[in-house]
Write a protein that binds this ligand. Structure first.
Ligand code: HEC
Length: 118
């Protein structure tokens, strides 16, 4: 019995690993590490809308709206927070301000998010 339980756990673990590998492919840069370390993933994921919009949607929305200015716009949103921008995707929550991270970290995060735009 014990052995069987172990295999179930091992199979589940390797499945989870495959899933996370897939959805976070190549995301080992400093930007993603900061996102992980600062609790952003409680509300965001890379490619699925949760409480907040997916980072892919953020990248594409801002690229469409602001072109080359998109990184600055994302930096501003992380620093000061944001609300209402993703209403049409059914997102009603508010993005809290993260100014305490400081400009340098915010810039690294913003660049990483924009690297997800097509
Ligand atoms: C409590 C939940 C929550 C947490 C934690 C959170 N966010 Fe958000 N975030 C949101 C919501 C909700 C929105 C959508 C706001 C809107 O509609 O304008 C958002 C939007 C954003 C946007 C898009 C802003 C824009 O103008 O396009 C960025 C970028 C972002 N978050 C980055 C981050 C980063 C980086 C962190 C961690 C440091 C973080 N978020 C943590 C909920 C959260």
């Amino acid at each position: 019995m014990k052995l069987k339980g172990f295999f179930v756990v091992a199979a589940a673990a390797s499945f989870m690993f495959a899933v996370s590998q897939n959805s976070f492919a190549g995301d080992n840069g400093p930007g993603y590490k900061l996102i992980k370390a600062n609790g952003c993933l409680a509300c965001h994921s890379v490619d699925q809308n949760k409480i907040g919009p997916s980072y892919k949607l953020v990248a594409e929305t801002n690229k469409k709206e602001y072109g080359k200015g998109a990184i600055k716009e994302i930096e501003r949103a992380i620093e000061k927070g944001s609300k209402g921008k993703y209403k049409k995707y059914g997102i009603a929550a508010v993005m809290p301000p993260y100014g305490y991270l400081g400009k340098q970290k915010i810039e690294i995060i913003a660049k990483w998010i924009m690297s997800l735009a097509k």
